[in-house]
Design a protein around this ligand. Sequence first.
Ligand code: GLU
Length: 430
Amino acid sequence: MTTTFTSPIEPTTSSPAEGSPLSTAHSQLAAAVDILGYDEGLHRMLATPRREIHVAVPLRRDDGEINLFHGFRVQHNFSRGPGKGGLRYHPGVDIDEVRALAMWMTWKCGVVDLPYGGAKGGVAIDPRDFSRSELERVTRRYTSEIMPMIGPDTDIMAPDMGTDDQTMAWVMDTYSVNRGFTIPAVVTGKPLAVGGSLGRGTATSAGLVHVTTAALTEAGEKLEDVSVAIQGFGKVGSHAAAIFADRGARVVAVSDQYGGVRNDDGLHMTRLLEHVAATGSVVGFDDSDPVSNTELLALPVDVLVPAAIEGVLDEHTAGHVRARYVVEGANGPTTAAGDVLLAKNGVTVVPDVLANAGGVVVSYFEWVQANQTYWWTEQEIADKLEHRMVSAYADVSGLARRQDVSLRDAALVIGVKRVAEAHQIRGLYP
Ligand code: GLU
């Protein structure tokens, strides 16, 4: 079936800045569309968010002053089900970043075959500068502003950078109080006490280790024999470091926004985690040498995990990567130019929409459990997560081999194709 637009609409911003998350997302989609042979009309449909909202979020500070923040929610696609995706609190949040992140959620849910479309939200705020009660007020006001857009059958939020399980509890409570009854399935990644799922907190990291293991196994290698460097020591990076170390890999370097530490014999994980709990950073950990974030990206390791923010592997840094595998814990850590350099140097990139999909997979399990009001054991969740991640890796890797394309192109092709098929089978209304 062909789709053509007689009066074309611009898919989001007409020309996002080169290297920006939206330009990266657009060029990844364009590559998949090219492989799939879709026409320009379908391409534009896939590139264009279904709904967007931009809200003002006023906050009364603890000292009485009023601040105003920009908040966004973008619902990129609903062809396969309700929108799904995180809520980000970061000073750099803008509408184009949220558009990119929402689009990646659509393909991510497609790759791991979840009955969801993609969405994302964000508030341009630095959560470190605000008290807990200020963050609660921001969260509740943002939730009220976007109330008409969200719901357990329309758009389901989860934590992302700068937000956590407590944030989700506030969203859930605000939504529920306004509707008049408790609706746990409006968010995932919430605390266990209000209907969260066992295993959700570590799910992204556990999934990342599963796909890394699958990639190594395919190449006849073992996790026990590899060294790992991890950029970013937040929710994804810290748990990934712990799980990698627990499974026998040598985690030789980690970093956060303040700097990094390195020990080629392997960092002592239990003591490192204690140090971070006590000081708030990996910096200053004894039994290690300092390493900068840029140096970490260029270390001669087997596996490099960028687990911080978008665009860190770009035309300046990607050419220096000496890892054999880049496993993307963050969303969009590699720009289009970065991808070209990594491919040129023979680095295997396990792309974000596959590598970090474990979080949304267990979000889905949480939503299913909330909808049936019956909770599974931690072991059941761990087994189902592993099965889904390993089989998604096999699908992506199989397609990459058959079509002689990168794992990124293969993952995008699988995700995009599932969405396009659903879109075409449903047909256009009216
Ligand atoms: N924020 C996470 C992501 O980017 C999780 C999203 C979710 O669970 O809905 O994948």
